[in-house]
Every structure is written in structure tokens, then in C-alpha cells.
Design a protein around this ligand. Structure first.
Ligand SMILES: Nc1ncnc2c1ncn2[C@@H]1O[C@H](COP(=O)(O)OP(=O)(O)OP(=O)(O)O)[C@@H](O)[C@H]1O
Length: 278
């Protein structure tokens, strides 16, 4: 009974803001764009600067935890400065909630492009795409951070421009990384091991992201049974080698981002060479 009452009070406290409501006396809610376990996100109109912004709210029911998470995201965003990473515009606390305001990126997430719009990415498209994405990721790494959530819903395309969003799980390199990963290594008590945040973790995520892109062109054979990606996808040796290293499925995983970028460039130039000689 007590648990049900608690859940009811939380839901009431976290009730989303309605269209037209004003937040921080300045941001008018245009629509709700997301609802996670710790926060909500809105597309708002900044009445002062007359432009759209993305506003993230820490759920009041999460109290200090929610606020601390949003503050950390703000602190990290404020140390980044890249045209394809939304800048932090404002942060404030009001009515028991914390609010983080960033640039709003109008476009489609990579997830929407693949699963809703049916976009198909071949090997070349995928390699060119990750090369651009790595330029954003490198900026994050050079400033001393890792993103730790490089997934298809966190990449937005506006035309040909690729934006990297959602720094909610990002950490300083070497800090304890958050455990959001069902596949995380377990300690002797069966709890997920908290590993220091490392660039390798981002590279591993890029491997999965590439698989999502490459699978966009895959049609399963009926009754074909379950096979591994390396059996299902028809890949050139260069791309297969890159994926094996990214996904730690070979004895020499990438230790440096630059090594990965060089392999991508090499695979692309091999494809161009083969294209010319045919
Ligand atoms: N700057 C932005 N511009 C446009 N859309 C954004 C922006 N930031 C976030 N969004 C969208 O808002 C939604 C939620 O944002 P975000 O992923 O940052 O929050 P979250 O609480 O971490 O959610 P999730 O658990 O889904 O990752 C997503 O659909 C995302 O595409």
C-alpha cells in the first residue's frame, strides 16, 4: 500500500509541463520530446532570443540525484565547444526541479532514419559517417571526457550535418563509469563492475553503432536461424577487421582512437581503389 502511495506521489510530482507553459519565466513549452527514468525533455521557445531550445528537467521525485546528474551534464557541456555538439545555454533550479537548456537540433536521429525512414547504409556510407562522428568524439576526448552513450538515438542528422547529443552519462576520463550496461562485467557478488571511464568504451559503442548501420541493408533469410554478425553480414575484409577490433572480438582491440581512424581511412581508400580498377 505504501509503495503504491509513493508511486502515486512521484507520478504527481513529475507530471510533465503542458504546451504553452512558461519555464524559468523565459522558455515556453512547444512539445515534450522525451521522458526517461530520471528526467523529461521539452522543445521550447526561448522568448528572449526568439529561437528554439531543448530543455531537460530532472524529475522532482529523484531529488538530489536528478539534480546532480543534470549539473554534471551541464559542467561537461560547458567545457566543450564544437559546432556539432549542442551548447549549454542556461541552467537553473525552480519549483523543486533542475533545468538544463541547450541548443535545439532540428532533424532526425540515426535511429529514426534507420527504423522509421528505412534508410540503408552501405559499407562506404557507414565508414564515411563514423569518420565524421569521430571528429566530434575526438573533441570530447581531447577535452578530457568520454561520452559513454554513443548510440543511434543520440546522433541527430540535420541534412548532411551530424550532431552528437545527450551527455547524461558522460564522465571525465578515468572517473568511475556509470553502469547502464546489461552486458557489463560482474564482480564476485554478481554486481556490475564499475570500470574507469575510458576512450575504449566509446570505441566499443562505435562498433555497435556501425553494426546498426550495416544491418540496415540486411534481409534475413526465412528460417535461416540465428547467426553472428560476421556470418550474416557480407563485409569486406577491411570492415570486418575494424569491427572485430572495436568489439574486442580479436586479441588486439584498439587502444588509440587514431589507430581506428587510420584503419577507416585505409578501408575507404581500398574501396575507392577497387572501384577504380573494376
Ligand atoms: N539538443 C537537442 N536537440 C533536439 N533534440 C534533443 C536534444 N537533446 C535531446 N533531444 C531529444 O530529446 C529526447 C530525450 O533527450 P535525452 O536523450 O538527452 O534525454 P535522456 O533523459 O537521456 O533520454 P534517454 O533516456 O532517451 O536517453 C530524445 O528524443 C532526444 O532525441
Amino acid at each position: 500500500m505504501l509503495a503504491r502511495l509513493r508511486a502515486f506521489i512521484s507520478a504527481w510530482r513529475d507530471y510533465p509541463r503542458e504546451k504553452g507553459e512558461l519555464i524559468g519565466q523565459r522558455y515556453e513549452v512547444l512539445s515534450r520530446i522525451g521522458m526517461g527514468s530520471y528526467g523529461l525533455a521539452y522543445r521550447c521557445l526561448d522568448k528572449l532570443e526568439r529561437r528554439q531550445v531543448a530543455v531537460k528537467q530532472a524529475k522532482p521525485s529523484k531529488r538530489d540525484t536528478g539534480k546532480q546528474m543534470l549539473k554534471r551534464e551541464r559542467d561537461i557541456l560547458m567545457q566543450l565547444d564544437h559546432p556539432y555538439i549542442p551548447a549549454c545555454r542556461d541552467y537553473f533550479e525552480e519549483m523543486g526541479s533542475a533545468w538544463l537548456v541547450t541548443d535545439y537540433i532540428e532533424g532526425y536521429t540515426l535511429e529514426q532514419l534507420i527504423f522509421e525512414q528505412g534508410c540503408i547504409f552501405g559499407e562506404k556510407d557507414t565508414l564515411r559517417f563514423v569518420l565524421s562522428l569521430m571528429e566530434r568524439v575526438n573533441h570530447v576526448h581531447e577535452r578530457g571526457f568520454v561520452h559513454l552513450d554513443l548510440r543511434i538515438p543520440n546522433i541527430i542528422l540535420r541534412g548532411d550535418d551530424i550532431y552528437l547529443i545527450d551527455f547524461g552519462l558522460a564522465r571525465r576520463i578515468g572517473d568511475e563509469s556509470p553502469s547502464n550496461d546489461g552486458e557489463a562485467e560482474r564482480d564476485k557478488d554478481g554486481l556490475p563492475k564499475r570500470m574507469p571511464a575510458s576512450k575504449q568504451s566509446d570505441l566499443h559503442d562505435i562498433g555497435h553503432l556501425m553494426l546498426f548501420m550495416l544491418y540496415s541493408g540486411f534481409t534475413p533469410t526465412p528460417g535461416g536461424g540465428e547467426r553472428s554478425w560476421s556470418e550474416e553480414l557480407e563485409l569486406t575484409a577491411g570492415v570486418r577487421h575494424i569491427l572485430l577490433r572495436l568489439l574486442n572480438e580479436e586479441s588486439n582491440p584498439y587502444t588509440e582512437t587514431q589507430e581506428f581512424i587510420q584503419d577507416v581511412q585505409q578501408a575507404l581508400s581500398d574501396m575507392d581503389f577497387r572501384g577504380r580498377s573494376h
